[in-house]
Every structure is written in C-alpha cells, then in structure tokens.
Design a protein around this ligand. Structure first.
Ligand code: ADP
Ligand code: MG
Ligand code: MG
Length: 876
C-alpha cells in the first residue's frame, strides 16, 4: 500500500479530502499544489505510518523504501542532494494531524545542514551569515524538538551573545556571532545528551520523523486532544518539505495571515509578517511583527500575489483561511492553509456574509456556527456604565470580558478552578504547556506576543477572553506580583480584562449580558426555517417569558408555579395554607393566594400572547415552604427568654407542623400529583387562577393557550382523578365567565413507570412532557442534590462519561423515553411530546430529542438561541 504521498508542481498525489490519511497540513499542501499555488515540493508520510510505528516501535520495510524513493524524487526535482557538501538540499520536517493542533508538535527547519554542508551553503549563495543563521536555528530546533534539550538553554546563549555585542535583535548578530552560537549549541547538546550532534542528514531526518510521531503521545498533545475531542488513535502525518528561506535579507520574510479578520469577521485581509526572518519568529514573539498591510510597500509584487492567492484559496475552500507564507528574495511561497479559527462573533459574521456573497448556502452557514459560539455571544461584557480604572492596554486578541483573581501559572489556574475560584492567567507568553490552565482560567493576559501568538490563537479557539502583548506589564514571579504603570497587582488580586479592546482593568468590574446582533438574528431565522423541532422556554414570570420570546421561544414548556409561591408577599399565605388544620381553613388561606396567582398568570399569558403556555401544578413537598427547624428552635429560645407567651405558642405550632411534614426522602415523598390528590383544593385554586386569567384576557381579545400539566404521574388513575378535578374547576370558571377557552390537560412523564405504561396514560393526556431531571433521578436512583459527591468520581474512573443531569443518558433514560413515545403514540398518534428540564438546552440532548420524535424542547431563556441552532443542525 501507499505510505508516502508526493506534492509539488505537476507531481502531486494527494488532495484536500484526504485529511484523515495525510493530515490537515499535508492534504492542503497537496490541494494548493493542485491549484497551481506556489508550494515548495515535498512529501507526506501518512497517519497510518504513525499508528504502525507507535504500535510496533519500528517501520515496515515498505515505508522505508517509499521514503527513500520520495527523497530521490525530491533531490532530482530540486537538483540538489541531502548532505551535498557543495550545495545541500535542506528540508523542513513538519507534523500535521487530521485537525490542526496549534503548537502541539513542533517543526524542524533547515534539516540537512552539517558542519561541512553549511560551508557549501554559504559559498553557494555567497552569504555566510545566512548559512550560519540557518545552522544555529536548525541545531536549536533539532535539540529542542527531537532531542528534548530545553529551548531555554539555546535561547539564553543567544541572549548572552546579544548582550555581549550590544545587539537589540537577532538580525543584528553577524556571521561570526552566529557561527559561534552554532558551535556552542552543539556543545550544549553533547553535554546534555552525551553524543555528538548528528552529522548525517539521513540520520537527522530519521530522528526527526520518529520525534514527530512520538510527539503524538506527549502530554501536551494528549491534553489538547482531550479538551477538543480528538481521537487518540488518529495519529499524525509527517511532511518533509524543501526549505525556502525568509531569512535571506530585506526582500525576504515570513508571515501568517487570515483571509478575513478572525476576531470580528470583517472581510479584510488580516495578518502579520517579519522581514528577514524564518519560521515561527512571527508567532514566537521574538520580534514584534508588522501588520500585513505594510508588506505592500516593502515587497509589492509578492504582496499582490499573496492577496490574489488568498482570495483564490478562500473561494476554493469556501471558508476563511489561515495561511502561512514565506518570501524568498521577492518570490512568494505558500506553506500552509487551513480553515481559520475564529471568535464566535466572527463565526456568525463570516457565515452570514458568505451567504450574502453567494459563496455558501444557508444550511452551510447554520452548520458553521456552533452552540458554544452562541453561548459565548450571549456571554457577559463590561457594563458600559461601570467606572473603570484602566491600568494597561494590550492587543485585543480574543473578545469578551473576564473577571478573576490573578494567577501566574497554569497549575495555579487549574487549582483555583477546582475550588470554584475564577482566575485571570497572567503570563509573559503562553506555550502549549499552559493549555490546561488557559482552559481553567476566565481569561488570559500576556506580556509578549502578537495577534497570532500562541495565547491569541488558542484563546480564540477556546473562546477565552484574551489580551496579549501588554508590554507595559512587568511580572515579578519571585514576589508573585506584577507591576504596571505605577500599580502593583499581587497574586489573587482581582483584575478584569476586555479582550474586545485589549484593556486591563483594576479590580472586579460589573459585566452585563450581551445582546443578539443583526447577523446572529439572521442566522437564527435561517435555523428556524430549517428546523422541525420546536423550541419553548422554561419561565415562571412575565419578564423571563418576554425575554425568552425575544430570543425566539415559541411558547412556555414549563412554568413552575411553586416559584410564584416563594414571593415575599406570598409566603405568609402559603404558610397559612400549609398550617391549616382542616379543609375549611386551608380554603380560606388559598383564597388569599388566588388573586396573586391569577396576577402571575395574567402577566405570563400577556407576555406569551398567541403562544402555548404549559403550567405545571404545584410539585414540591410542602415542607419546602416552611422555615427551617433550626431557625425555629432558635426563635423559640429567643421568645422564651423574652417571655412573649402569645408568640411562643405560634412558633411551637409551626415546629410541630415542620416535624410532621418532615420526610426521609422528600424527592420520593409527598409531592407532585400526590399533593393534588391529598389536597384537591390546592390544585383547584391554581386551575381557577389559570382559567380566570385566561378568560379575562380572552375577553380583552387576546389569544391565550393554557396547557395544564400534572406532575409526577406514575399510575394512570393519578392522572384521571386529578384531571377530572381540573376539568370540573375549569368548566365552572368558564361557566361563571360565560366563555369557552381551548385548554389542554397533560402530564409530565418523569417516572420510569410512566414511560412503561405510557399507552394507558396517553388515553387520559392531551400532551406529554418528559421531565428529564426527575426521570434521570429516578432511572439512575441518583439523588440530584447529592450527585456531586460521587458523579465526579465516576467520571474520573470512567464509569460515567458525562454527568447524566447535564447530558441526557441516551442509553438508559433515552431508551425509556423512546418507550414512552412509542407507547403514547400507539394510542394517540399525534400526541404532542416535549422535553422540559436542563437537557432541553444541551446540544447533544437536543439532537437526540429531535432524533426520537420529540416535538419541542423547553429550556431557560438564554439557551433558546442555542436550541434553535442545534435543532436546525440536527436535521442535517
Ligand atoms: P505549525 O503546525 O506549528 O504551524 P508548521 O509545520 O506550519 O508548524 O511550521 C511552522 C513554520 O515553519 C511555518 O509557518 C513556516 O514559517 C516554517 N516552515 C515550515 N516548513 C518550511 C519550509 N519548507 N520552508 C520555509 N519555512 C518553513
Ligand atoms: Mg509550532
Ligand atoms: Mg503552521
């Protein structure tokens, strides 16, 4: 089989659709070559070889011979040979997995240089400085990436050299200095490794290829894969590519660019470059790069060609591209193109713009934005009214505002996150080792680096607010503080960063929720056109209902009436109702509640005018409304010392009631329809409130669609009995008001038994709503309020992948839902089915709901836009 794929003008084997085999970088290098874009020739060793090598610790014969052949071909094509002492062929060795893993596996440049061939190179191009610049870079990179000698060791030698010569930048180091550095670097390697720096290019190449494959299993790569759901078994490809040189003087350079602004999405070429530089100088923050616009003044022809190629690539790939290029003595070479990472705001803008430009269709646009993007857009930003003490400004690398306590190491950020503390990770610059800490922090602030630095790229990918290149800051690690413009900020002091404008702000700042902009509105309307799953909201007050409606909710799927009982003005009446010794007293108390409850429904119905409102009758155990026993005991003691006898009796009564209502397992106790059956007058009052409100608004000419929902039904008779009562009250109210209202009576399906006898229940129900919170609780037998004690342990031990209260358990709970749906619809084929509960706003659960034939999901207002998008994506 074929293990090695060649690329270059007219000799390309691969194409961009072969990413699984060639990795993203290799496949796109091939595609660019196919498109006639100037790409230095080379070859890709496939991801299959990586997997074979990692399993067997050696290569099949076939691989070795195919690599030999590819090298011969590359030598012939370039008219140069590896290791030729007169005119050596140099190559880069580059990793590239299926999806780009920024910074995970490092590249080795200028491979093929030796003590002999470096002289040949110098003579050939008549530039000794250049040759030794390449050599010292190669030795350091090889030492770092392949041999595992800390890069710092080389870096500090460069620093010493610069100091010695009074040079500000690497470019000021002359040929002699670079030659000396190369010698010193080799000594470092000898010292650290106990062997000489290899002088045979074939050996160099083999070692580099091995190192790339091995790096698939380094800790940084594993962490990144875990964070990004990348399969451990995919492997990486290796690309061996002819070197081109950006470090050959002032008409040479190297850079990175995006075809559109990755922060805002604006359709404007965006990037940075450095003249007379090589490889990752741009992103490493060694020198501060220039904005791409100015390249046109310096190397106009190459710049024009670059702009042209970028346009070509974007229309070919039909998405924003992130490209890497090098210019060698005025001639442009493309070294990489890939789909550019972008912020949430940019994702939405680019997707909608590209539809307008006719580049992609609406379905594609809807698919290009994901749930996390929307989540981020709905994330907080700094309150414009807030008074800010801006202490520094850096580059706005990844938008959004974040508040947290300052930490200086990734480990500290992770530790703080574990105890629920919010942090801002402050670093000189970030490196791949910091990824875990970046994920754990609220935001990232760096002293060095540009818009394409590691922190910036990773921050945008994670959607983490990020300010980079804030050079005014000086970090004093020893004293755990940083100083900036006269301020001293200690570890664990609060700061705020605004990644949209680059500001660093003293202290905690008020953040406010973001609004949905026009582009996002447009995109969500397209999503609405595509989706078949309905999206409702969980809301129990008019303000939330109105907000949700604005965010696109098509009704209320769950209005929890008990929340209304907790209002300060209500709780005395609720307690009076609970304290009542007989039905008569209870009814009297309920009469007080009736107008308040009715007021609630008037407001909610108004907010949801014309849309269905599902109201769940009282669900929780009554003791939840009574004060705490300890509190009462305390009060009793106080009263006894003050001798207030009248009140003492009252408190004693309450204590008695609290004691009598106490249950061992309240979640499985006297709650839900069990309450309604025990105290029918409670549900009667609620239904009266609902129907009176509905009648009054209908009389005003509003359209009201009440859906009354009975909780915690497991036996069909629970439903039939309760429903009979509900209907009786509803009819009475309608007769009193002389009106007819279309109302429904349905049930929650939230007990395993209910799913199993769903056919019986369906005969009595106008609709089902799966209460997945309780259904998860009762299916697993996991108490929702106690899971934090063991679910994290289960997750660590691999017993559970997700917390089932966050992500619906499709295998167990989902299977019961399928049974419920199938049985319910066997009796009433058109029976409406919804999901309320946290899962209604969780992307994987939404897709599952769509797949099993649920009619709508119901979620909290801010999840509504996410549900609309994911519902649309679920159809594709
Ligand atoms: P990463 O995956 O970290 O981006 P790359 O393999 O893209 O690593 O290499 C990093 C940089 O090294 C490239 O952006 C480019 O500047 C430089 N580089 C890689 N191969 C070559 C080459 N053949 N000639 C010149 N520069 C190269
Ligand atoms: Mg890199
Ligand atoms: Mg790259």
């Amino acid at each position: 089989s074929k293990f090695v794929y060649f690329f270059g003008k007219d000799v390309t084997d691969g194409k961009s659709s072969m990413k699984d085999l060639l990795g993203g970088k290799g496949a796109n290098l091939a595609e660019m070559a196919n498109l006639g874009v100037p790409v230095p020739p080379g070859f890709t060793i496939t991801t299959e070889v990586c997997v074979l090598y990692l399993n067997e610790k050696k290569y099949p014969e076939e691989v070795l011979s195919q690599v030999e052949e590819a090298i011969d071909k590359l030598e012939a094509l370039n008219g140069k040979k590896l290791g030729d002492p007169e005119d050596p062929l140099l190559v880069s060795v580059r990793s590239g997995a299926r999806v780009s893993m920024p910074g995970m596996m490092d590249t080795v440049l200028n491979l093929g240089l030796t003590d002999k061939s470096v002289i040949g190179l110098a003579n050939k191009v008549n530039d000794e400085r250049f040759a030794y610049d390449c050599y010292r870079r190669f030795i350091a990179m090889f030492g770092d990436v392949v041999l595992g000698v800390e890069f710092r060791k080389f870096d500090s030698l460069i620093g010493d050299k610069k100091k010695e010569l009074g040079a500000k930048s690497d470019t000021e180091l002359d040929s002699k200095a670079l030659k000396e550095l190369a010698e010193r670097f080799k000594e470092v390697i000898k010292l650290e490794k106990g062997f000489e720096f290899p002088q045979d290019p074939k050996v160099q190449l083999q070692m580099a290829v091995d190192a790339v494959f091995d790096s698939w299993n380094n800790q940084r790569a594993i962490t990144y894969r875990k964070l990004n759901n990348i399969g451990d078994g995919w492997g990486t490809a290796v690309n061996v590519q002819t070197m081109v040189y950006g470090n050959r003087g002032n008409t040479s350079g190297t850079g990175v660019a995006f075809t559109r602004n990755p922060s805002t999405g604006e359709k404007k070429f965006f990037g940075e470059y450095l003249i007379n530089a090589q490889g990752e100088d741009v992103v490493a923050g060694i020198r501060t790069p220039d904005y791409i616009d100015t390249l046109g003044n310096k190397i106009p022809e190459a710049y024009a060609q670059l702009v042209d190629i970028c346009q070509k690539l974007e229309s070919h790939f039909k998405d924003m591209q992130d490209i890497e290029f090098t210019i060698q003595e005025g001639k442009l070479y493309m070294l990489q193109t890939r789909t550019g990472k972008r912020t949430a705001a940019a994702a939405v803008k680019i997707a909608t713009d590209m539809v307008e430009e006719g580049l992609i269709d609406k379905e594609t646009a809807v698919n290009r934005v994901n749930a996390e993007h929307i989540d981020l857009l709905l994330h907080p930003r700094i309150d414009p009214e807030a008074k800010l003490e801006i202490i520094a400004t850096g580059l706005p690398a990844s938008p959004g505002a974040a508040v947290g306590k300052v930490v200086f190491t990734a480990e500290a950020a992770e530790e703080m996150a574990e105890i629920g503390e919010k942090t801002i990770l402050v670093r000189t610059e970030t490196s791949p080792e910091d990824i875990g800490g970046m994920a754990a922090a609220q935001g990232v602030l760096t002293v060095r680096g540009g818009m394409t630095s590691h922190a910036a790229v990773v921050g945008r990918g994670m959607g983490k607010p990020c300010v980079v290149g804030c050079g005014e800051i000086s970090i004093d690690i020893k004293s755990s503080l940083f100083m900036v413009n006269g301020f001293t900020i200690k570890e664990h002091d609060y700061i705020t960063i605004d990644g949209s404008i680059g500001s660093v702000i003293l202290g905690k700042t008020d953040l406010i929720d973001a609004e949905i902009n026009e582009d996002l509105k447009k995109l969500l309307i397209w999503a609405d056109e595509i989706r078949t799953l309905g999206v409702r909201t969980n809301a129990d007050n008019p303000a939330d209902a109105a907000l949700a409606r604005e965010l696109g909710a098509e009704g209320i799927g769950l209005c929890r009436t008990e929340h209304m009982f907790f209002g300060e003005d209500r709780i005395p009446a609720v307690r009076e109702m609970i304290m009542s010794e007989d039905e008569k007293a209870r009814k009297k108390a309920l009469k007080k509640l009736l107008p308040m409850q009715k007021e609630d429904f008037l407001g909610i119905f108004r907010s949801m005018e014309g849309l269905p409102v599902t109201i769940r009758l009282l669900d929780p155990p009554l003791h939840e409304f009574l004060p705490d026993k300890e509190e009462l005991d305390e009060k009793l003691r106080e009263l006894e010392t003050s001798g207030d006898c009248g009140k003492i009796e009252d408190v004693k009564k309450v204590i008695q009631r609290v004691v009598s209502l106490k249950e061992l397992n309240p979640m499985l106790g006297h709650r839900g329809c069990r309450l309604g059956i025990t105290y029918p007058e409670i549900y009667n009052m609620q239904v009266r409130a609902i129907m009176e409100a509905a009648c009054e608004l209908t009389a005003e000419g509003l359209k009201v669609i009440p859906e009354i929902m009975i909780p915690l039904v497991g036996l069909v008779k629970e439903l039939s009995l309760t429903k009979e009562e509900v209907c009786k009250t509803a009819e009475t109210v309608m007769t009193e008001k002389g009106m007819k209202i279309d109302y429904k009576v349905g049930t929650m399906i939230e007990l395993p038994r209910a799913t199993i006898v769903a056919d019986q229940i369906a005969r009595e129900a106008d609709f089902f709503s799966f209460g997945t919170n309780d259904l998860t609780q009762t299916t697993f037998g996991f108490s929702r309020d106690d899971v934090s004690k063991f679910v994290p342990i289960y997750q660590k031990a691999g017993i559970l992948e997700h917390d089932p209260f966050a992500v619906l358990d499709q295998e167990g709970v989902g299977e019961l839902m399928k049974i419920g749906i199938q049985k319910g619809r066997s009796v009433k084929p058109k029976l409406k089915m919804g999901i309320c509960g946290e899962h209604g706003g969780e992307p994987r659960s939404i897709t599952f709901a769509h797949g099993i034939g649920i009619d709508y999901v119901s979620c909290s207002p801010y999840r509504v836009p996410i549900a609309r998008l994911v519902a649309a994506q679920s159809t594709m």
